[in-house]
Ligand binder design. Structure first.
Ligand code: FAD
Length: 474
C-alpha cells in the first residue's frame, strides 16, 4: 500500500509519523515544495542567541504536541516558561501597563484588578463591570470577536484590552474573527449563564475556592493567561522537526517537489510534480487551505472554492539582540501587545530570552517584534531596514531602548497565518463532507481546526489514522 503526503510542515510530519506508528508496512512518500521540512517552524543560531523564526512554544492544554514529544523521547527536552516573570503588558502611550491580574483573554477572574487598572477610564471600567447585567443575545449563531466584546464589555475595553490581546494571538481582524471557531467558550458562557462574569462567578462558587466570587472581598486571585501550560524544546522547535524527520527515516522525502496536480483514478490518485507523475493508493494533503484549493478545484469545483476562501494574513518578525544595559525597562514579563488605536508599527513584542532560559547570553536580551497581520498588512511594504528602524523607534518609546541592537534580522511570513472568519465552522463542515466523498483522500493542517502546533499535530495524526482505516491496512 502506498500513501503520499503533500506538505512537510509539522502537520505532514506528524501525519507521516502516525501512519508509520499505526501501519509500519505502508510505504509513505512525502512531497515538500522547499528544500527543508518543518514549514514555518525553524530555529536559527544568531550571534550566540537561539532565534525561533515563527512559533517559539506550544500549549500543553491540548495534549497532542506534548504527547508526540513524549513518544519521540523528547519529554525531558521540554522546558517551561520562567516562573518569576509570568505576566505580560499592554502598550498605552509611551508605557507598558501590566495586563490586569487574573484576566485571561476575555475572562476576568479578579474584578478588583479591573477596577484598579490604569488601562481604562472610570466610564470604561463601569461599562466593563456592567457586563454581568447585559442581556444575552437571542440569536445563538457565530459572532465576530469585536461584536461580542463591544456588546458585552463596551468599546473602550475592546479597543484598549481585548483587541490587542486577541489580535496579538491570531494576527487577525477582530471584526472578522469567528468566536465560534477560535474562542467558543465565550458563546457558551453567555448562552448558559447569561454573561461571562456570571459564568466565572458560578464556576468559582462551584469550586468553592475560599469564597472566590470574583470581585468580592476574600476573593482568591487566580492566574491570568495560562503561562505555566506553555512549553518548548530547550534547543528550539527545530529539535521536534529534526527528531520527527529522523524517526520517519523509511519515508521517502521529495524535496523541492511542489505538487502541481492531483487526479482521482479508478483506484487511488495520480500526483503530478514538475518532473514526475506517480500513482498512490491514498493521499494526505497537509498544505495551507488555499494551496489545497488549487490542487482540488479540478476534482470538485465547490470544494476548491471553499478551500480558496480561507484567507491567510502576512506578518514579519523583527528579531533584535540587545545588550541588557541598553534597555531601561525591567523586562519583568514575557512581552507586550499594542492596541491598534496606539498607531504603532509593533503589533506585539516578545521578550524571548526572559520567557525561556538559554535563548541569549545572560548580559543580553532577545526581543521579537511582530508587525503586520490582517489589520496592518500595509506596513509590510516597507524595506527590512525601514521596518527595523520603525520597530526600534517603538522600542525606544516603550522600553527605553538606547542605541542600536547588536544584531537585527527581519523574517517575513507571507500569507502564513490562516484567518478563521465568521462562518468558518460551517465552511469546515462542508469541506469535511466533500472530502469524505473522495475515496482515500484526507486533508489536515493549520487552515481547518486550529492554527496552533498542538491542533496541527492532532489534525495530522487524525487524518493519518483515518486514511489507514479507509485503506483497510494495519
Ligand atoms: C509567525 C508565526 C508565529 C507562530 N507562533 C506560534 C506559537 O508560538 N505557538 C503555536 O502553537 N503556533 C504558532 N504559530 C502557528 C503554527 O506554527 C503553524 O500554524 C503550524 O506550524 C503550521 O503547520 P502546517 O504544517 O499546518 O503548515 P506549514 O508550516 O505552513 O507547512 C506547510 C508545508 O507545505 C509545503 N507546501 C506548500 N505548497 C506545497 C505544494 N504544492 N506541494 C508540496 N508542499 C507544499 C510548504 O512548503 C510547507 O513546508 C505561529 C505561526 C506563525 C506564522
Amino acid at each position: 500500500m502506498r500513501v503520499a503526503i503533500v506538505g512537510g510542515g509539522i502537520t505532514g510530519l506528524a501525519a507521516a509519523h502516525r501512519l508509520l506508528e499505526l501501519a509500519p508496512s505502508v510505504e509513505v512518500e512525502l512531497f515538500e515544495a522547499t528544500s527543508r521540512v518543518g514549514g514555518v517552524l525553524q530555529t536559527d543560531q544568531v550571534a550566540g542567541c537561539l532565534v525561533e523564526r515563527s512559533a517559539d512554544m506550544f500549549t500543553t492544554k491540548e495534549p497532542a504536541a506534548k504527547d508526540l514529544c513524549h513518544r519521540l523521547g523528547l519529554g525531558t527536552a521540554l522546558i517551561g516558561t520562567r516562573q518569576e516573570y509570568q505576566r505580560a503588558f499592554i502598550a498605552q502611550a509611551n508605557r507598558l501597563v501590566p495586563i490586569p491580574e487574573g484576566l485571561n483573554l476575555m475572562s476576568p477572574s479578579n474584578l478588583e484588578s479591573i477596577r484598579s487598572t490604569p488601562l481604562l477610564s472610570v466610564a470604561g471600567k463601569k461599562r466593563f463591570l456592567e457586563e454581568v447585567d447585559v442581556p444575552p443575545r437571542e440569536n445563538l449563531g457565530d459572532e465576530s470577536l469585536r461584536s461580542f466584546a463591544v456588546r458585552r464589555f463596551g468599546l473602550e475595553a475592546y479597543e484598549k484590552i481585548f483587541q490587542p490581546l486577541v489580535g496579538g494571538i491570531y494576527t487577525a481582524d477582530p471584526k472578522k474573527l469567528s468566536l465560534q471557531a477560535t474562542l467558543p467558550q465565550y458563546l457558551e458562557m453567555e448562552a448558559r449563564f447569561g454573561s461571562v462574569i456570571g459564568a466565572l462567578q458560578a464556576k468559582a462558587r462551584q469550586s468553592g475556592e475560599c469564597g472566590a466570587v470574583p470581585g468580592r472581598p476574600g476573593t482568591k486571585v487566580t492566574s491570568g493567561a495560562r503561562y505555566n501550560l506553555f512549553v518548548a524544546p530547550a534547543d528550539g522547535l527545530q529539535t521536534l522537526i529534526q527528531t520527527l524527520a529522523d524517526r520517519i527515516v523509511n519515508t521517502k522525502v521529495h524535496f523541492e517537489s511542489p505538487i502541481q496536480r492531483l487526479e482521482p483514478l479508478d483506484s487511488g490518485w495520480k500526483i503530478t510534480t514538475k518532473n514526475q507523475e506517480t500513482h498512490f493508493d491514498g493521499v494526505l494533503i497537509a498544505v495551507p487551505g488555499h494551496v489545497a484549493g488549487h490542487l482540488l478545484s479540478g476534482v470538485n469545483g465547490r470544494l476548491g472554492e471553499l478551500l480558496n476562501g480561507i484567507e491567510c494574513a502576512s506578518s514579519a518578525i523583527v528579531v533584535q539582540g540587545w545588550m541588557r544595559q541598553q534597555i531601561q525597562h525591567a523586562l519583568d514579563g514575557f512581552g507586550f501587545v499594542v492596541p491598534l488605536t496606539e498607531n504603532r508599527t509593533i503589533l506585539a513584542g516578545s521578550f524571548s530570552s526572559v520567557k525561556f532560559p538559554g535563548r541569549s547570553p545572560t548580559d543580553q536580551v532577545l526581543i521579537r517584534s511582530f508587525v503586520g497581520g490582517a489589520c496592518q498588512g500595509h506596513l509590510l511594504a516597507a524595506t527590512d531596514q525601514e521596518l527595523g528602524r520603525r520597530v526600534r523607534e517603538d522600542l525606544f518609546d516603550l522600553l527605553g531602548a538606547k542605541g542600536r541592537p547588536r544584531f537585527e534580522t527581519v523574517i517575513r511570513w507571507n500569507e502564513s497565518m490562516p484567518q478563521y472568519h465568521v462562518g468558518h465552522e460551517e465552511r469546515i463542515d462542508e469541506i469535511g463532507q466533500a472530502i469524505s466523498e473522495l475515496p482515500h483522500l484526507e486533508i489536515a493542517g493549520k487552515s481547518y481546526t486550529g492554527v496552533g502546533i498542538p491542533a496541527c499535530v492532532q489534525s495530522g495524526e487524525n487524518a493519518g489514522g483515518k486514511l489507514i482505516r479507509d485503506l483497510g491496512v494495519s
